[in-house]
Each structure stands twice: as structure tokens, then as C-alpha cells.
Design a protein around this ligand. Structure first.
Ligand SMILES: O=C(O)c1cccc(C(=O)CC[C@H]2O[C@@H](n3cnc4c(=O)[nH]cnc43)[C@H](O)[C@@H]2O)c1
Length: 259
């Protein structure tokens, strides 16, 4: 039975997750022909991610209990190879002004942050060793030290950046489904050096994380969340002024079951 949807950007990420969870499900349930999460490659960027996630959620025979945006990403902290998002932030959704960047919420529209359920984030961190932190969604991969510094200044809790999390979270929120984002760091955020991206290592780390989630009985989904508060949790304290107004992403609809 599938109750978790995992959305990656590209086929290589999908295959890394799929291979890991299929092996784990088979060893947990010998003879099982089916089981574990559905894993799809939804395309690169927030728009493709939102469209593919929304389509998958709408077409599902029964509602998913959890959506996970997963893949490789750029890291803001050299000591952190795996990140689980405490907040999923649309870092370039807004307007440039002479006084600097104004997020979309500052313009009076929408939201620029989704806050996954803290108990799910903690459980994933416990199970996989992922470090909780903000994950920025960008439409343009950061490629200069200046841009990296600007993002760090605006988002001091940023641990990673990628290109899909916010799109996946918007689709999940529209369906009232809880969301998580898990990123294995393939490269530092900063001056572009594509040759230095450690993609195979990051894909292995991504697969290891999902294997751990499935093998350990996937603690976050096993918890009874039916009694969890339905309001969006309070985001972590900020150390600098920030735009981000949490969106309704706790997805209080249903209780996540096994992955
Ligand atoms: O070339 C390959 O073999 C290959 C295998 C797996 C993934 C890729 C990608 O290029 C994935 C693109 C995907 O990765 C995220 N990403 C990774 N690093 C960054 C970054 O520094 N800033 C933003 N996004 C990053 C992103 O989500 C892309 O969709 C290639």
C-alpha cells in the first residue's frame, strides 16, 4: 500500500530513492510485490515540481498521507551532508527594489514559506542523521560568492538550496497533505564549479537516508498524528528581519501511515 509520494527532480535522483526503498521493502516484507513510497521524477524547478506533484496527488486512487520533496542540493554548511527542511522557503519569489529584495509576502501576495510538521522533521533527523535547517527553493542555481552571501544574510538558518521544494509544498498544501524536504548535498552554494559536484556520493547518501526510513519502520509515519494540532507550527526564531510568513503546510488532513 502506498501512502507516501516522493518527488525528485531528475531520473537519477528518482532511481537512487527507488532502488533503496525497493530493496528495503523487499527485505522487510519477503515476497512483497508492491509497497513503499511512490517515487516520481517531476522535473527541474518549482513550476515543474508543483505541476507534477499536483497531478500525482489529484490522480491518486486514494489520498497520499505525506509528500516528500527529495534530491540533491547545494549546501550552505560544509559540515552538513544531509538536510531535512525545517522551513521550505521560496528565496527568489518577490521583487527587486532599490532598497533590496522584497519577498512576495511583502508585496501583499501569497506565501513564501511552508513549515513541515516539526515532529516529522525531528523523526527524519533522528532516523537519517539529517540536520534540520531552512531549505531555500531557487529558480536559478547560485553561482557567485556575492549571491551566496546575499542569501546567507537574508536566510541565516539556510542549510541548503535546491529548485523544487517550494513547488512540491505548494501542491501538497493545496491538497491538505503534509510535506517534507530531504536534500543530500552535492556541492557548496557559491561560485559555480560544476566539475566539483559530488553527485554520485550525494545520490548514495540520499538512497541511504530513504533506506533507513523504510528499514526502521519509518518512525515519522508510524506516529499517530491524528491528534496533532492542525495549526501551522510556529517557525524558529529569526535573527534577522525576514519576509517569511508560514503557509498552511502542516497538512492536518490525515494520519501518515507506513512508507
Ligand atoms: O548529471 C547528473 O548525473 C545528475 C544526477 C543527478 C542530479 C543531477 C542534477 O543536476 C540535479 C538538479 C537538481 O539538483 C538540485 N541542486 C543541486 N545542487 C544545487 C544547487 O547548488 N542549487 C540549486 N539546486 C541544486 C536542484 O534541485 C536541481 O533540480 C544531475
Amino acid at each position: 500500500m502506498h501512502s507516501v509520494l516522493v518527488v525528485t527532480a531528475v531520473d537519477a535522483e528518482r532511481d537512487a530513492v527507488r532502488g533503496a526503498v525497493q530493496g528495503a521493502v523487499r527485505s522487510a516484507l519477503p515476497g512483497a510485490a508492491d509497497g513503499g513510497p511512490h517515487v516520481i521524477a517531476g522535473g527541474v524547478g518549482p513550476a515543474a515540481a508543483a505541476a507534477s506533484t499536483a497531478t500525482a496527488l489529484a490522480r491518486a486512487g486514494r489520498p497520499y498521507d505525506l509528500v516528500v520533496s527529495a534530491g540533491i542540493g547545494g549546501g550552505f554548511r560544509p559540515d552538513v551532508p544531509l538536510v531535512v527542511a525545517e522551513r521550505i522557503i521560496a528565496a527568489d519569489l518577490g521583487a527587486q527594489t532599490p532598497d533590496g529584495f522584497v519577498p512576495v509576502t511583502g508585496l501583499g501576495f501569497g506565501t513564501d514559506v511552508h513549515v513541515p510538521r516539526p515532529e516529522l522533521v525531528r523523526a527524519v533527523a533522528r532516523t537519517t542523521g539529517a540536520v534540520p535547517g531552512d531549505v531555500l527553493t531557487v529558480s536559478t542555481v547560485t553561482g557567485t560568492a556575492e549571491r551566496a552571501a546575499e542569501l546567507r544574510a537574508r536566510h541565516p538558518r539556510a542549510a541548503a538550496e535546491a529548485m523544487e521544494g517550494f513547488g512540491v509544498a505548494e501542491a501538497a498544501a493545496a491538497h491538505g497533505t503534509p510535506v517534507l524536504e530531504l536534500r543530500a548535498v552535492s556541492n557548496p552554494v557559491g561560485p559555480r564549479d560544476r566539475a566539483a559536484w559530488r553527485i554520485p556520493e550525494a545520490l548514495t547518501a540520499l538512497g541511504d537516508a530513504f533506506r533507513a526510513l523504510v528499514q526502521t519502520g519509518v518512525p515519522p509515519w508510524a506516529e499517530d498524528l491524528s491528534t496533532a494540532p492542525s495549526a501551522s507550527p510556529t517557525p524558529p526564531a529569526r535573527t534577522t528581519p525576514s519576509s517569511s510568513t508560514p503557509g498552511p503546510t502542516d497538512g492536518s488532513r490525515t494520519r501518515p501511515r507506513s512508507m
